[in-house]
Write a protein that binds this ligand. Structure first.
Ligand code: ZN
Length: 177
């Protein structure tokens, strides 16, 4: 953060005098303390039989790379609603939401990624402008070198591992520094 959201003055980073222990963006003019906290990214692993739906990104970063449908959670929606919304927006898929599958803290970018499993009802997709192409991949077909983000790669790896063992019993947690 560079400028105060309240009055526009340049902020300074310092530990506030109220007993806080971390540096915050403090406005020297109106004294507002701006707290910055991690952002939630929510998405799905949409599956039809033995195939997973991936979307080819039409936007930066990582344009042209493949990803699971996911995006920033909005206010006034639950995590699962956000994941479903992103799946609808990015793939135009018909699906049924299932359980939470993975929670990943991506510490260096200040994000928490949550992925839910989703059961596809058919293989008809209508991707939005953020997606060049939406298609299904078997495990053998997954373009591992062309996956856009590490959390997506890890989620897919864990998904196929659970699938091989025939169980989805626990939520996976992973910390990425
Ligand atoms: Zn201010």
């Amino acid at each position: 953060m560079r400028h105060c959201r309240n009055c526009g003055t340049s902020v300074v980073y310092r530990v506030p005098d109220d007993g806080d222990t971390r540096e915050r963006a403090v406005c020297p003019s109106c004294n507002t303390i701006h707290y910055e906290n991690p952002i939630n990214v929510v998405g799905t692993i949409p599956v039809l039989d033995d195939r997973v739906l991936l979307c080819k990104r039409n936007i930066e970063p990582r344009r042209g790379k493949w990803t699971l449908p996911a995006g920033f959670m909005e206010l006034r929606e639950t995590a699962a609603q956000g994941a479903a919304r992103e799946t609808d927006e990015e793939a135009g898929a018909h699906f049924e939401m299932q359980d939470l599958f993975a929670v990943m803290s991506v510490v260096h970018v200040g994000q928490v990624h949550l992925f839910y499993r989703a059961r596809l009802l058919d293989d008809v997709f209508d991707p939005g402008h953020e997606t060049m192409e939406a298609r299904l991949f078997t495990e053998a077909e997954i373009p591992w070198e062309e996956i856009a983000f590490r959390t997506v790669r890890e989620t897919l790896r864990l998904y196929f591992e659970d699938r091989r063992f025939g169980r989805f019993e626990r939520v996976h947690t992973l910390d990425i520094q």
